[in-house]
Design a protein around this ligand. Structure first.
Ligand SMILES: Cc1ncc(C[n+]2csc(CCOP(=O)(O)OP(=O)(O)O)c2C)c(N)n1
Length: 317
């Protein structure tokens, strides 16, 4: 299916659900309701949305310390996600994981892993399981540019390629690993260029253009489903906020931030929808209100939910 034939209204809704959800998380944090830290995905919504729109519930994703967008795009409910972030019993991990470990295997999301790069070989292992089971399922591994110099990146990409595993490696290159610019730790023009060294296709994608992500992910997923092995997708993007909730991100030049904010993927898709008469302003305003209400409802649900029972803290299940 070409990106033009998809229901782009649904894609817009999904990106907006991620954006509004995280705005609410930040608001709740300022009100002192969120325990622990979190890492906002704002600015990168087109990647999770564009990739996961091509997946079935049976396909599996792995995620990082910045997992809210991946979770929402893969189908974790806003209610259970918000409850997890607030450490509540009704959370997708029953309040035991918090923001950095959200996940729900019933929709194909392995609980997120905060160790940089650690999920890369794990995704290869999931792909190996699918291959051995002879099922047409794929594993998608999201990771940041900070993961590309870990041994796990080398092991995971190499084995997945050698064994032709159905894995899509999605590098969300937002130019910084905490405060370290990619240019200080990497010499090639593109992370995707690394793929050549392992013998898999490496594709550079504008990660702020959801139409481009949809198309590139579709090609990579088909290739994996046909038994032709993995692909490395490098999605170039930018996080709007600091690394974590306490980071003012002063290490980024203001003009760089400004340039990237102008490429915000959400208004970009909105403009596309309106200028191509795929949706009117009024229709999108209704959709935006619906998403706002859905997020408010999730926040209310999470806040009213009980905390986990302390007596269960040392139990295994
Ligand atoms: C193995 C390991 N080393 C260091 C850290 C601390 N740490 C947490 S996030 C992060 C940066 C990750 O950057 P990147 O992979 O580019 O993802 P982004 O935060 O940009 O989404 C680091 C170094 C960690 N979690 N795991």
């Amino acid at each position: 299916m070409s990106a033009q034939q998809r229901d782009l209204g649904q894609i817009y809704r999904q990106m907006l659900r991620i954006r509004y959800f995280e705005e609410k998380v930040y608001e709740l944090f300022l009100r002192g309701v969120v325990p622990g830290t979190f890492h906002l995905y704002q600015g990168e919504e087109a990647i999770a949305t564009g990739v996961c729109a091509n997946l079935c519930p049976e396909d599996v994703i792995t995620s990082t310390h910045r997992p809210h967008g991946h979770a929402i795009a893969k189908g974790v409910s806003l209610q259970s996600l918000m409850a997890e972030i607030l450490g509540k019993e009704t959370g997708c991990c029953r309040g035991w994981g918090g923001s950095m470990h959200v996940g729900d295997m019933s929709v194909g999301m392995v609980p997120a892993i905060g160790i940089v790069g650690a999920a890369i070989p794990m995704a290869a292992g999931i792909g190996l399981a699918f291959k051995l089971q002879r099922v047409e399922r794929v594993a998608v591994c999201f990771f940041g540019d900070g993961a590309i110099n870990t041994g796990a990146f080398h092991e995971g990409l190499n084995l997945a390629t050698v064994w032709k595993l159905p894995v899509i490696f999605v590098c969300e290159n937002n130019l910084y690993a905490i405060s370290t610019p990619l240019s200080q730790v990497f010499c090639l023009p593109n992370i995707a260029d690394r793929a050549q060294g392992y013998g898999l296709p490496g594709v550079v994608v504008d990660g702020n253009d959801v139409l481009a992500v949809l198309e590139a992910a579709e090609v990579a997923i088909k290739r994996a489903q046909q038994g032709d092995g993995p692909t490395l997708l490098e999605c170039k993007t930018y996080r709007h906020k600091g690394h974590s909730r306490s980071d003012p991100a002063r290490y980024r030049p203001p003009e760089e931030v400004e340039q990237w904010l102008a490429k915000d993927p959400i208004p970009r898709l909105r403009n596309h929808l309106v200028s191509n008469r795929l949706a009117s302003d009024a229709e999108l305003a209704i959709l935006e209100q619906e998403v706002f209400t859905e997020v408010e409802e999730a926040a209310r649900y999470a806040q009213e939910s009980p905390l986990p029972d302390v007596a269960r803290a040392m139990a295994c299940a």
